[in-house]
Design a protein around this ligand. Structure first.
Ligand code: HEM
Length: 512
């Protein structure tokens, strides 16, 4: 509305219609004043109080994560980032807003842009609380061990493929180096795993050592468009069926995002022609729990988006911290050697990996230092408003309809993690180093990396199986080091999802 008013003022000025112009300027000043005072009890940059456009360049840039963290550090637990929009780095308030009992809903402002077919929602983009809960109930069994019996074996197979690829092509020696882009290989791994378990057929990227269906090539463009839609307020426009048909990716496309959608559709359609009775994987579970063919396509495709960049970023971050901390690399390897010795040729079982205390401390710590997703995950305060009492005792009233977004600044806040919150120190997660009560609070905050309550990540268990196995098998078999420690990788943050590449490493035989 304001943009239109500004536009109209400019036209009146050009046509020298001064009376009209004065009226429009008065209306604009009235509107901006109203906006400014709406949430003026919250601090933030001045421009953010009067216009949404203020954070448009941040969302469209490639360092949104750093900008929002900076704001949280500057203004505290609650920052005003729009006329009706706050950013919170308070774990207690975020837990409250995501609790299964509260009526905070996902904000269409953010989540509508996560649809990849106009008008069709997935469990992730659904903003209606009742519909979201119902879909989540239908899907949860597919993520559990009970209805997805082949999960671990499937993951093992793909981790083996990664190891074979490294051993056959990328072993450096003292005489010759064969640099490998770890970022890309890990992305192939994550894509193969998620396509296998989510669609029932792997993309086969590791075997081909190629981005077989253009997912990686088109992913960065897709992410940029998604966050551009949010940043420019164009989500509804692009969610229109006719606009999407004309401008959006088509499943008939020969390249890009449309091609990936087309491949996923074909795999799902083929799969649905075969009986799912007696099968125990994710697709079979979704069918048994009532998902229609179109729901199934949307949800399965959503798994690929939700589970690829997130897990591959986690593996890269953990490896980066290990490679740059040799004593921690050695310590975690010693723990693995005891539990899963070199004489074991296979992939470590999840039951052993998840009980390696130091490994788990390393994983938590690396994901704390660099959470694999830093999305805003915006919520809306229920109609009628809400009052929350912060741990400091301060009571805060939030008017109904206010947008509230999540800030990853909470994960490096000295208030929760101490004065060395900015330092990679896995030992902080060990019971002998941190009092039990403090540790429990730290863990609760750290768990928010996977969301909370009614929106908690459905794939967390799968992600950890994949992450643990990959880290263990890389660390116990190889000596891996960065080719250029001064430039470990190229990393860009698209809204809140990381696109990383050029993570060149040298892999050598252990102890060689
Ligand atoms: C390290 C890896 C991962 C991280 C950090 C992560 C993080 C998250 C977060 C923060 C949310 C909540 C979003 C919100 O509040 O709106 C979420 C939701 C979700 N995640 Fe993950 N995720 C990861 C891996 C995965 C994987 C591997 C899958 C699939 C196999 C997956 C599937 C989902 C789904 C389906 C939802 C939506 C849940 C709902 O709306 O009820 N995620 N994830």
């Amino acid at each position: 509305m304001t943009t239109l008013t500004v536009f109209a003022i400019l036209i009146c000025a050009a046509q020298q219609r001064w009376h009209w112009m004065a009226a429009l300027v008065a209306a604009l000043v009235g509107e901006l004043t109203y906006r400014y005072f709406k949430l003026n009890q919250f601090n933030g940059p001045f421009l953010a109080a009067i216009t949404e456009w203020w954070h448009t360049p941040i969302l469209m840039g490639l360092q949104a994560d750093k900008h929002y963290v900076k704001l949280s550090k500057q203004y505290g637990d609650l920052v005003r980032i729009g006329p009706s929009h706050l950013l919170t780095s308070s774990p207690d308030f975020w837990i409250h807003a995501n609790n299964t009992k509260t009526a905070y809903a996902r904000s269409p402002w953010f989540y509508r842009a996560m649809r990849f077919n106009p008008g069709e929602d997935t469990v992730f983009s659904q903003c209606d609380i009742a519909k979201h809960d119902a879909r989540r109930k239908q899907m949860a069994p597919g993520f559990s061990g009970k209805e997805n019996l082949g999960l671990e074996v499937d993951i093992d197979g793909h981790v083996q493929e990664l190891l074979q690829l490294i051993q056959s092509k990328y072993m450096s020696t003292a005489e010759i180096s064969k640099p490998m882009d770890l970022a890309m290989k890990v992305q192939y791994l994550a894509l193969d795993i998620i396509s296998d378990i989510g669609l029932g057929q792997s993309f086969g990227d590791l075997k081909a050592e190629a981005d077989n269906h253009d997912y990686i090539a088109s992913g960065a463009i897709g992410l940029r468009i998604t966050f551009m839609k949010i940043a420019l307020g164009l989500t509804s426009f692009f969610d229109n069926y006719y606009v999407a048909s004309l401008l959006g990716p088509s499943e008939k496309d020969k390249t890009g995002f449309g091609k990936v959608k087309g491949v996923a559709r074909r795999i799902i359609d083929d799969r649905l022609e075969k009986p799912t009775d007696g099968k125990s994987d994710m697709v079979a579970s979704f069918v048994r729990n009532g998902l229609t063919a179109s729901d199934l396509f949307n949800e399965s495709f959503n798994q690929i988006l939700a589970g690829t960049d997130t897990t591959s970023c986690s593996i890269r971050v953990i490896m980066l911290y290990l490679m740059t901390n040799p004593s921690i690399y050695a310590k975690v390897r010693a723990e693995i050697d005891t539990a899963w010795p070199a004489s074991e040729p296979g992939i470590i079982p999840d039951s052993i990996a998840r009980n390696l205390i130091y490994l788990q401390a390393v994983v938590r710590e690396a994901m704390r230092m660099h959470p694999p997703v830093s999305d805003l995950f915006t919520r809306e305060v229920p109609n009628g408003g809400d009052t929350f009492t912060f741990p400091s005792g301060k009571e805060v009233y939030f008017p109904g309809g206010t947008r509230i977004s999540y800030s990853i600044a909470m994960h490096t806040d000295p208030e929760h993690y101490g004065a060395d919150a900015h330092v990679f120190r896995p030992e902080r997660w060990l019971t002998q180093n941190t009092p039990r009560e403090k540790l429990a609070r730290m863990q609760k905050i750290n768990d928010l990396i996977f969301g909370y309550g009614k929106f908690h990540c459905l794939g967390q268990r799968i992600a950890f199986i994949e992450i643990n196995k990959t880290i263990v098998e890389l660390v116990r078999r190889f000596d891996i080091s960065l080719v250029d420690p001064l430039q470990p990788w190229k990393s860009a943050c698209y809204g809140g999802i990381y696109v990383q590449g050029d993570m060149w490493v040298q892999v050598r035989e252990r102890g060689s």
